[in-house]
Structure formats: structure tokens, C-alpha cells
Design a protein around this ligand. Structure first.
Ligand code: PHE
Length: 349
């Protein structure tokens, strides 16, 4: 197995910080991939991994994806991610988060973070007591919730995919993998837009609840990737699109909020070869970090939502250009990011 250090070197990380606090049992990692464009942004995830090495590997891949997400969205921000290796249902969750937040505070603004899997808006507001690094776009301040913004962006992305397939979203069959903070909100939005929904979640109660609210049909989490549908929306953990999934997919396009959906880039090329339209995850899921535009006073709430909805137009343009060039859209999007980073690096000497 590749060591964490080899992986960080291969992916080009600037800094990887391991936090260990035996007093409360905290094991976490803060991975700063790039600050070429500005302070590094990325969510804080809490999840019980099979090993701490697996947590570090996830943080490395996720933080690199954040560099691409922020750069593609045109933000003057780099990419990072923090991962706390613990079950988010732990009764002492807040104690771990406090210890982790104190470590984040030591980075003095080089890392800007918000919620992610296992860490909701309330948790972020709690951690914000320890460090200004925690972005908490509070609905209390009249601001749009970052999970809602992510769902708005993916909704717009799915509409762009449907348009590329030559059909409206209304009446389209959409299979949603994962109906947590983002997927659940997405399901409600798509139901209101008239889509026919299939939903799946490893938390079956949650799937049943969202299905009842949105009129969706529940499918088994093992089966959702093989569901016959127009659009597939991965909104759970990363790596959903692997060789095994490829063999079973029966969708025409894929667009979701999950980060690092492709287990390896080759899967993306194969999707393209098979004519399955894949919306790059780092483009479709930018709604969450765009909440910072509101929080930093650059846009008001309505303009922030309008900016997030533009993700649909951005994807439509990307799909057309990729078709003209005969390349997979994710390859073209990656190239655009790499060109922007190279130009900024050159300008900085
Ligand atoms: N979890 C968000 C993402 O993956 C990151 C985020 C950071 C959200 C800061 C809000 C604020 O894009």
C-alpha cells in the first residue's frame, strides 16, 4: 500500500497535519493541498474509517478535489479538507470537535472550513467558538444554508444534464444515492420540479423519511447504482463510480454532490466512451463553498443563490465545448483548472 507521505507527494500537497489528542481520543488530519489561489478551503468531515491511514488517504484525495472545486468556481481560494476519524454518533462528539477546532485555530486562517459528511451546521457553529476559520453561514443571519446551496447547484446541474439529453427534468427518472444533508434537500427540490425519484441510503430510516416527504420510491443502497434511470445522482461517500459500478450502470447521465466520485480517472474515460454524460463533481458541487460569498459580504442572499444556479449554465457550456473538442467533460474541466493554477504560479514567479 502507498504510504500517506508518498500519496501526499504524488498529489502535490503543501502540508498535512495529524492531530492526536489522547486526552479525548481525537485522531484527525488537516490536509492542505494548495494555497496557490488563496487560503485553502474545505469542509470538516467526521466518519469512522477502517484505519487512520484510510482517513488520511481520504483527506488527501478530498483536499485535492477542493483545489479543483474552488479554482473552477473562480474563487481566490485554495483547497483543503479536515477529517476526524470517529463515528459522528459518538456521545462525546462535541468534545472531539472542540479539540480539533483548537488545532485548526493554530493555523491562523490558512485553512477555511465548514460542514461536511457527519458535521452539520450546528457542529460548525459550535467549532466557530474556537476559531474564525469555521464558516457557518447561519440561516439566523438571513444567509442561505451551505447544504441547501449545494443542493441548488446539483439541481441546476441535473437540469443541464437533462437538457443535454434533450429532455426536461420534469418527468425524468432520477436515482439519488445518499439522502443526508445535501441529498435529502435535493430530493425535495427535484420532487417539486416534477422528477420521478428513486432514493437510497445506508441509513434506511432516513431513506424512508425522505421518500415519504418527496413521494420517492426507496431502493436498496446496493442496487441504486444499477437502477434504470435517466439521471444518477451520487450524494454519499466518494469512490461510488468504480469498475464494479461501471459494469452495472443503467443511467444516461451522472451529476451529484459527492466529492471524488470517480474511484479512478479511467472510469471517467470509460463513461465518456459509453456515452454516459458525467458532470465533474468538483463543478456540480460548488454550491457549498459559494456560501462564502454571502458570508464574506461579497454577495447578498439572492445574488448568492443566482451564482449557484449558474452552475447549470457553466455545465451546459462545458458539455458543449467538450463535445466540440471530442473530450470527456471532466478532462476538459481539469485542464481548465490546471491552466489557471499554472498561470497564477507563473505570475507569482
Ligand atoms: N463540504 C463542502 C464541500 O465539500 C465544503 C465547505 C467549506 C462548505 C466551507 C461550506 C463552507 O464543498
Amino acid at each position: 500500500m502507498t504510504s500517506a507521505l508518498d500519496l501526499a507527494a504524488a498529489l502535490g500537497h503543501e502540508r498535512v497535519i495529524v492531530v492526536h489528542d489522547p486526552e479525548c481520543g481525537l485522531c484527525s488530519v488537516i490536509a492542505i493541498h494548495s494555497s496557490v489561489l488563496g487560503p485553502a478551503v474545505g469542509g470538516t468531515r467526521m466518519r469512522a474509517y477502517p484505519s487512520f491511514d484510510a482517513a488520511v488517504a481520504d483527506a488527501l484525495a478530498l483536499s485535492r478535489a477542493m483545489t479543483y472545486k474552488a479554482a473552477y468556481a473562480g474563487l481566490a481560494l485554495g483547497g483543503a479538507k479536515a477529517v476526524v476519524d470517529a463515528d459522528p454518533a459518538r456521545p462525546d462528539k462535541r468534545r472531539l470537535l472542540a479539540a480539533h477546532a483548537r488545532a485548526v485555530a493554530e493555523l491562523e486562517g490558512r485553512f477555511v472550513t465548514g460542514g461536511d459528511m457527519g458535521v452539520d451546521g450546528e457542529d460548525v457553529r459550535f467549532m466557530a467558538r474556537y476559531s474564525k476559520a469555521f464558516s457557518h453561514a447561519p440561516p439566523a443571519a438571513g444567509g442561505p444554508d451551505s447544504s441547501e446551496l449545494t443542493a441548488i447547484g446539483v439541481h441546476a446541474g441535473l437540469a443541464a444534464c437533462a437538457a443535454a439529453l434533450g429532455r426536461p427534468l420534469a418527468g425524468a427518472r432520477v436515482a439519488i444515492q445518499g439522502v443526508g444533508e445535501v441529498g435529502g434537500r435535493l430530493a425535495r427540490r427535484l420532487a417539486a420540479a416534477g422528477a420521478e425519484l428513486l432514493v437510497a441510503d445506508v441509513d434506511r430510516e432516513r431513506a424512508a423519511r425522505v421518500a415519504a416527504e418527496s413521494g420517492a420510491r426507496v431502493v436498496d443502497p446496493e442496487e441504486v447504482l444499477a437502477a434504470e434511470c435517466d439521471l444518477l445522482s451520487p450524494n454519499a461517500a466518494g469512490g461510488a463510480l468504480d469498475a464494479a459500478a461501471l459494469a452495472r450502470l443503467r443511467c444516461r447521465a451522472i451529476c451529484g454532490a459527492a466529492n471524488v466520485q470517480l474511484a479512478e480517472s479511467g472510469v471517467g474515460d470509460e463513461l465518456d466512451r459509453r456515452g454516459i454524460l458525467y458532470a465533474p463533481d468538483f463543478v456540480a458541487s460548488a454550491g457549498g463553498i459559494l456560501s462564502l460569498l454571502f458570508e464574506w459580504g461579497e454577495l447578498d442572499a439572492a445574488a448568492t443563490v443566482a451564482r449557484v444556479e449558474r452552475i447549470g449554465d457553466d455545465l451546459g457550456e462545458l458539455f458543449s465545448e467538450a463535445r466540440r473538442e471530442g473530450r470527456a467533460p471532466f478532462r476538459l474541466a481539469e485542464r481548465r483548472v490546471e491552466e489557471r493554477l499554472a498561470a497564477v504560479r507563473r505570475a507569482a514567479g
